[in-house]
Write a protein that binds this ligand. Structure first.
Ligand code: UDP
Length: 241
């Protein structure tokens, strides 16, 4: 078999908590989880090194609980633990699919996961293991989008893949405004200036300063992770101008 040219060798995939469940529902849907794991395994089998940052929004979001009166810091720690549940779920599903995986966390839970150690993460990646990063940044008032940017820099990923439920970045909300147009390409600065909903500003700024492009794409369409990683132009790419 001839060697296939792939656009990226090492990537950071950000999976929002919503990808673990059926739209509009909470918790974890086992069929979706299995499908997610198979899609990751499929690209991993191509020889791509993959780090995954998992969100926790399908279980708990600190900011929303704070709006309802909860102490924000306490709520954010609960959110970070929610990412740990998703991380464990994904690790289990990947291993059932026979994909070698390590789970690292920025909040110590040593019975369940390795602590986040960058050098160790790099070694796992080099050895062909999918590395899942749970626990967010380990700090309240942050998001897993910012975690994804941070880990993308740290593992020197060539691209950050932001998997969402829409097929890219639009100039208006496509769910509300039928005339909304999708961008195929955007500059970091335009995302910030126009206040476009790609990732939070901290996450965008980190990628902008360090020139790591972001590809926003729809994860609810089966096969899309592979399409992006084999060079198909789907979604929206955000890059340096
Ligand atoms: N969180 C946090 N610090 C971090 C990352 C996450 O406090 O560095 C908390 C925060 O409460 C957030 C929750 O964890 O609402 C779940 O993460 P996020 O909302 O980013 O998940 P996603 O939207 O990707 O499912």
């Amino acid at each position: 078999m001839g060697e296939r040219h792939l656009p990226f060798k090492r990537v950071l995939l950000k999976i929002t908590g919503e990808s673990f469940t059926i739209p509009g529902q909470h918790g974890i849907d086992i069929d979706r989880l299995k499908a997610l794991a198979l899609e990751i395994k499929e690209v991993h089998d191509l020889g791509i090194q993959i780090g995954v940052v998992v969100g926790g929004g399908n279980i708990f979001r600190g900011a929303i609980a704070a709006q309802a009166g909860m102490d924000r810091t306490q709520a954010d720690y609960m959110g970070m633990l929610a990412t740990m549940i998703n991380g464990l779920a994904l690790q289990g599903a990947l291993e059932q699919a026979e994909c070698d995986t390590r789970l690292q966390t920025s909040i110590d839970i040593h019975q369940l996961a390795e602590p986040y150690v960058r050098r160790r993460a790099m070694r796992h990646l080099a050895k062909g293991r999918v590395v899942i990063f749970a626990g967010g940044t380990g700090n309240p008032y942050f998001t897993t989008d910012t975690t994804a940017s941070l880990r993308a820099m740290e593992i020197q990923a060539e691209v950050l893949l932001k998997a969402t439920k829409v097929d890219g970045v639009y100039d208006a909300d496509p769910m509300v405004d039928k005339s909304a147009r999708k961008y195929t390409e955007l500059k970091f600065m335009d995302v910030l200036k126009k206040g476009l909903k790609v990732m939070d500003a901290a996450a965008i700024s980190l990628c902008m300063e360090n020139e790591v492009p972001i590809i926003v794409f729809n994860m609810t369409i089966p096969g899309n992770i592979k399409r992006v990683l084999t060079g198909e132009k789907i979604g929206t790419i955000v890059k340096k101008g």
